[in-house]
Design a protein around this ligand. Structure first.
Ligand code: CA
Length: 217
């Protein structure tokens, strides 16, 4: 999952980036509204964390302009806590709203829920054959036995499973799993796929030659 953080406070932006990467997210950061909007329009992020008080364009303006072309889920971050602001955010097309200072665990939980809802998954459990993914605990079992995955392996499996039954192209996977700071070698994706196959069995992820990868529905 790839997330865009639009936040002008460098310390907060950096700590959010670290925490999200620890969870296996790919993270891009923008420090003002104009740059944030540009990135949000250029790339299909899985979610955007959007601060309200920003230089150049504020969070409301970014949201309003973004919604003209994209439905990317947006979690607004704001210092204010008035119901008027909340209504304005949700009316303006924000998908969720968190007041600063927020609890990091809560932010991560809301983000997971947001991404899950957007992909049309009502339940926090995804089952694909004998593999079961708990998207809240971020754990995977196969035939009831826990399987230890790295955060990146988990994210790759979760992304494919959220789109199960569909062929997901390598381009899409690169766009959603790696951020612009990742020095990716072209075969890195294959390494993660082959690690997942080693841990879960070769039939969990199917290769569609020339198209991409698929977790069967
Ligand atoms: Ca700010």
């Amino acid at each position: 999952m790839r997330v865009l953080v639009i936040e002008d406070e460098p310390d907060l932006a950096a700590s959010l980036g670290r925490s999200l990467r620890d969870e296996g997210y790919a993270v891009d950061t923008a420090f003002d509204g104009e740059d944030g909007l540009f990135r949000a329009e250029s790339i299909d992020y899985d979610a955007i964390l959007l601060d309200v008080m920003l230089p150049k364009l504020n969070g409301w303006q970014v949201l309003e302009r973004l919604r003209r072309s994209k439905k990317t889920p947006v979690l607004m971050l704001t210092a204010r806590d008035t119901s008027g602001d909340r209504v304005r955010g949700l009316d303006g097309g924000a998908d969720d709203y968190l007041v600063k200072p927020f609890d990091l665990a809560e932010l991560l939980a809301r983000l997971r829920a947001l991404i899950r809802r957007t992909s049309g998954c009502a339940s926090s459990l995804i089952e694909a054959g004998t593999v079961c993914i708990d998207t809240v605990a971020r754990t995977v079992t196969q035939a009831g036995q826990p399987v230890a995955l790295t955060p990146r392996e988990y994210c790759l499996l979760e992304f494919l499973a959220l789109h199960r039954g569909e062929v997901v192209t390598r381009t899409t996977l690169y766009e959603h799993l790696f951020d612009e700071d990742d020095s990716t070698l072209s075969n890195l994706l294959d390494v993660h796929v082959s690690n997942l196959r080693r841990k879960l069995g070769s039939d969990v992820i199917t290769t569609r030659r020339g198209h991409g990868y698929c977790v069967e529905g």
